[in-house]
Every structure is written in structure tokens, then in C-alpha cells.
Design a protein around this ligand. Structure first.
Ligand SMILES: [Zn+2]
Length: 321
């Protein structure tokens, strides 16, 4: 072997040693961060989104119920059951929203203490009572941003309790996200204030917006009850049509989680009496929009809903009055 060849071999050897040493050094840092992450599962998208914002890259998160899917009727698949059983923490809404998950999978789980209802930390006096729903409370809490902030705090505290090593990280993420939610709450108040109080009436397919009504001053009427399992009857259609005519309601709103058929029947019933009511589309009631779009986040979904309601009512009222 020539001396230049030996030199080349020695250079290669040095390079190898360098790679190994650098590699080891990197591994030490990465190793510190890659302690087993919490395996977190959430039911509805609005919860998955909070958990992502608070848990960041220190957790693994899987959302079960996707875009446009009705959580009242959602039946867990075999894959969901496996995911739920393997989770370290499960965040769900509670108040009997995801009845087909809580009623089946949860009952067969060894450790039920890992399932946390995010609405548990909310004072019961702030919940809407209803005789229409099992348990006596309306579960659509996320439509009041100030209440969903309490759900965020509950998620933050649970992550800190289960993973105290990353407490500061979760605390700081939650603080940042809660600041954004506070701004959103004020924005929703400012937007709704653009409509005179007596004209703030929201007629929708599924009666999911009671908390939005309570928080931002709207009277809310839904064709379908609070639970989408209820059937729409002829009497419901007639009664809502009557209300629309009496109160000169200009627009009804469809939502992305309920079938639109009943609302078209109401429109026809109103027309048969010689009046006209428009149908506007696309409020997000029980699920968020397409992932990757603004409406695919909780903040974007809420902003979209309020802007759609206010824009439509403003346009129609300006035209009619
Ligand atoms: Zn609902």
C-alpha cells in the first residue's frame, strides 16, 4: 500500500470516528427529548385541536371523529376501539355527546380513569339545562368560547398531572392559546353587536347553537332537537314555519353535521303561506371543517360561523327594512 493510500485510509477512518462521535453527541440530545411521549386520543375535532395546541410536539395525538361527522350518532369502529384501549389519556366532551363511544368502549375498558370529560371542570350553573337530552344538559359547550377556555384549562391540567416533566411547556402553550381564545371571544361579541338585539334570531337545522345564543345574545330555534337522534315531524315543520312568518325571519342556516331535508320542508311551508325565507349554508355545528383550512381549526370554525350569521342577517335586514 502506498503512503498516499495509507493517508487516504487514515482520513476515511478519521471521518468515520467523527461521524460516530457526532452521531453519539446528537443522540444524547435527541434521547433526552424522545422519552416516551404520551399517547393521547380525543373524540371530536374541537377537542383534538385544543390538545394539539397545548400538547404540541411532546405528545402523540389521534382524533377519532372527523370532518362533517355527527358525534351523537358516531359508532366506534374496531380500529377506534383498539386506539382507545391503547391510549394513555382519552379526552372526550362528556354530557352524553359521544354516547355510542362512552356506552360501549368505555364500559369494557380496564382503566376508566384515563378517560377525561373536558366539560367536567365547568361549573354546572354555566351549562344549559334541557329536558331534551339524557343527563339534563346541552352538550354543545364549545359554541361559547369562554366555556371552551375552561375545557382548555382542564386539558392543560390533565397533561401536567400525567406528564409533570413537561409541565412548563404545557403551561406556556396553554397560556398562549388561551390568549388567542380570549381575543376570539371578544371578536365574537363585537361581530354579534352589529345586529340589533331584537333581530338576533338564529334558525338552524339541528339545535346545537344554544350556547352561542346565550353567550352572544341570539335567540336560537332549531328544527331538529338538541339530539340529532330525534325525528322531524310535520308538526315541527309547521310550528317553525309559523314562527318564521310571525317574526319575519329572513334566513335559516344549514349546518354541516345534519341532513338539510327538513329545512327545505320549512321553506316550502313558509312559501305556501305567501312568505319567503332564505336558506344560508355551512355553519359548523358538531364538527370542524376540512383539515388544513382555517375552518379546520376551532378558532377558524367559530369565526366562520359568526361571520356567516352576521353577514347574512345584515344583508337581509338591510334589504327588507
Ligand atoms: Zn349536536
Amino acid at each position: 500500500m502506498s503512503s498516499s493510500n495509507i493517508r487516504n485510509h487514515l482520513s476515511l477512518l478519521m471521518l468515520f470516528i467523527l461521524i460516530i462521535v457526532t452521531g453519539c453527541h446528537d443522540k444524547v440530545d435527541v434521547g433526552h427529548k424522545s422519552d416516551k411521549k404520551l399517547n393521547v386520543v380525543a373524540t371530536i375535532g374541537m377537542i383534538t385541536d385544543i390538545v394539539k395546541n397545548v400538547g404540541g410536539d411532546r405528545i402523540d395525538i389521534t382524533g377519532i371523529i372527523g370532518e362533517g361527522v355527527d358525534p351523537h350518532l358516531y359508532k366506534p369502529t374496531a380500529r377506534d376501539t383498539k386506539i382507545l384501549k391503547e391510549a394513555d389519556i382519552i379526552f372526550y366532551n362528556g354530557l352524553h355527546l359521544e354516547v355510542r363511544i362512552t356506552g360501549s368502549v368505555f364500559k369494557k375498558m380496564d382503566d376508566i380513569t384515563k378517560a377525561i370529560a373536558v366539560t367536567d371542570g365547568i361549573d354546572r350553573s354555566q351549562l344549559r339545562k334541557t329536558s331534551e337530552f339524557i343527563g339534563g344538559y346541552d352538550p354543545h359547550v364549545w359554541h361559547d368560547v369562554s366555556l371552551w377556555m375552561k375545557a382548555t384549562e382542564n386539558i392543560r391540567d390533565t397533561l401536567i398531572k400525567r406528564d409533570p416533566q413537561n409541565a412548563e411547556y404545557y403551561r406556556s402553550n396553554a397560556k398562549y392559546y388561551l390568549t388567542q381564545l380570549t381575543s376570539l371571544h371578544y371578536e365574537m361579541q363585537r361581530l354579534s353587536a352589529q345586529i340589533p338585539i331584537k333581530r338576533r334570531v338564529l334558525v338552524t337545522t339541528h339545535d346545537a347553537f344554544g350556547y352561542l345564543g346565550k353567550a352572544y345574545g341570539f335567540e336560537v330555534r332549531g328544527l331538529l332537537g338538541i339530539n340529532t337522534e330525534d325525528e322531524v315531524g310535520i308538526a315541527d315543520v309547521r310550528e317553525l314555519a309559523e314562527y318564521i312568518i310571525e317574526n319575519r325571519i329572513p334566513t335559516m342556516f344549514l349546518d354541516t353535521s345534519s341532513p338539510p331535508r327538513g329545512i327545505f320542508s320549512v321553506q316550502a311551508a313558509v312559501k305556501a303561506r305567501g312568505f319567503n325565507v332564505n336558506i344560508a349554508g355551512g355553519l359548523f355545528s358538531d364538527a370542524m371543517g376540512t383539515p388544513g383550512t382555517p375552518e379546520g381549526t376551532y378558532i377558524g370554525m367559530m369565526r366562520h360561523n359568526m361571520k356567516t350569521i352576521v353577514n347574512m342577517l345584515q344583508t337581509e335586514l338591510a334589504y327588507r327594512e
